[in-house]
Design a protein around this ligand. Structure first.
Ligand SMILES: *[C@@H]1O[C@H](CO)[C@@H](O)[C@H](O)[C@H]1NC(C)=O
Ligand SMILES: *[C@@H]1O[C@H](CO)[C@@H](O)[C@H](O)[C@H]1NC(C)=O
Ligand SMILES: *[C@@H]1O[C@H](CO)[C@@H](O)[C@H](O)[C@H]1NC(C)=O
Ligand SMILES: *[C@@H]1O[C@H](CO)[C@@H](O)[C@H](O)[C@H]1NC(C)=O
Length: 256
C-alpha cells in the first residue's frame, strides 16, 4: 500500500516537478566564453530542460521550499552532459568478455557479424543483447549512441534489435546494416543477395522513423555504402550512413 501510494505520488510529480541538484562539480558550457566551464560546489535546477545553474551551492535554495521541487544532495559527485558514442555494435553485448585478447582479424571470424553468431543467436537473444547493451551505455553516462547494427541476418533479428534499443529509452541512431548474410557454416556460405530484402525492410521501417518520441532514428550502415544504398537513404529521408575505415596493416572497409 505504502509503495503504491509512493509510486503514484512520484508519477504525478515526475510529469510536472523540477529537481534541484545541490553541491557537486558541474561540467558545463559557458555561453559567455563559448567554452567548457567547470563549477565546483554549484547548483542546478532542471525539469525536462535546464532551468538555472548557480555558481554557489545555495544560489538556488529559494526554489527548494516548493513542493514541486525535489532536492538532491550532490556533494562529492560530478554532473556532466551525456556522452555521445559514435560507433557501437550493441548486439555484441551478448559476447562481452569472450574475446579480450583476439586480434581484429580473428575477432571478425569468431565474433563478427559474418561469424558463427549469425547461425546461433536468435531474435530473442538479439533483443536482450541490444536492450542490455544500450542500458549499459546509459549506465556509463553515454546517453546518445550510434548503433552500427550488423546483425540484420533476418527481418526478425533486425526488428528485435531495433525494439531492444527503443525499449532502453536512450537516444540512438540505429543504423541498419546492408550486406551479405551467412546462411551456412559448413560449407561456409553467404547470401550476397541479402541487401535486396534489407533495403526493402529499411524502406518499410523508415515510414515509422523516428521512434520513441524522436529518440531513436533509423540510419544505414554498410562497408562500403553503394550508390543504391545512398539513393535509398535519400528517397526515404534517412540522413545518417556510417561505414568502417580501418587503415594500417589490416585494411578493412573501403581503401581510401
Ligand atoms: C520546466 O520549467 C520551466 C520553467 O519553470 C517551465 O516553463 C516549463 O513549463 C517546465 N516544463 C515542464 C515539462 O514542466
Ligand atoms: C550533503 O552530503 C554531504 C556528504 O555526504 C554531507 O556532508 C552534507 O552534510 C550533506 N548536506 C546536506 C544539506 O544534507
Ligand atoms: C537471399 O536473399 C534474398 C533477397 O533478400 C532472398 O530472397 C533469398 O531467399 C535469400 N536466399 C537464401 C538462401 O537465404
Ligand atoms: C528512388 O526514388 C525514385 C523515384 O521514385 C525511383 O525511381 C528510384 O528507383 C528510387 N531508388 C531506390 C534505390 O530505391
Amino acid at each position: 500500500m505504502f509503495s503504491s501510494v509512493f509510486a503514484l505520488l512520484f508519477l504525478i510529480c515526475s510529469a510536472r516537478c523540477s529537481t534541484l541538484l545541490r553541491g557537486g562539480t558541474f561540467i558545463t558550457y559557458s555561453e559567455t566564453t563559448s567554452n567548457l566551464e567547470v563549477i565546483t560546489d554549484g547548483a542546478m535546477l532542471f525539469n525536462d530542460t535546464i532551468i538555472a545553474i548557480s555558481h554557489t551551492i545555495d544560489g538556488l535554495d529559494s526554489h527548494s521550499t516548493s513542493s514541486d521541487v525535489q532536492t538532491v544532495n550532490m556533494t562529492g559527485k560530478i554532473i556532466s552532459p551525456g556522452f555521445v558514442d559514435t560507433h557501437r555494435h550493441t548486439w555484441q553485448t551478448a559476447m562481452r568478455t569472450l574475446g579480450p585478447n583476439v586480434q581484429l582479424e580473428n575477432y571478425n571470424w569468431l565474433f563478427g557479424s559474418t561469424g558463427p553468431a549469425a547461425l546461433i543467436l536468435s531474435p530473442d537473444d538479439i533483443y536482450i543483447a541490444s536492450l542490455m547493451g544500450t542500458l549499459e551505455a546509459l549506465n556509463a553516462g553515454v546517453t546518445t549512441s550510434l548503433d552500427y547494427a550488423h546483425m540484420t541476418w533476418t527481418r526478425a533479428h533486425s526488428d528485435a534489435a531495433l525494439q531492444g534499443v527503443i525499449d532502453s529509452g536512450a537516444r540512438v541512431w540505429w543504423c541498419y546494416h546492408v550486406g551479405a548474410v551467412v546462411i551456412s557454416g559448413d560449407p561456409y556460405t553467404v547470401n550476397t543477395s541479402a541487401p535486396i530484402d534489407q533495403l526493402a525492410h529499411i524502406r518499410e521501417l523508415a515510414k515509422d522513423s523516428p521512434f520513441n518520441g524522436g529518440l531513436v532514428t533509423l540510419g544505414i550502415s554498410a562497408d562500403p555504402p553503394t550508390a543504391e544504398m545512398i539513393e535509398t537513404a535519400q528517397n526515404v529521408s534517412i540522413n545518417v550512413i556510417t561505414a568502417h575505415e580501418v587503415g594500417g596493416l589490416l585494411r578493412l572497409g573501403p581503401a581510401r
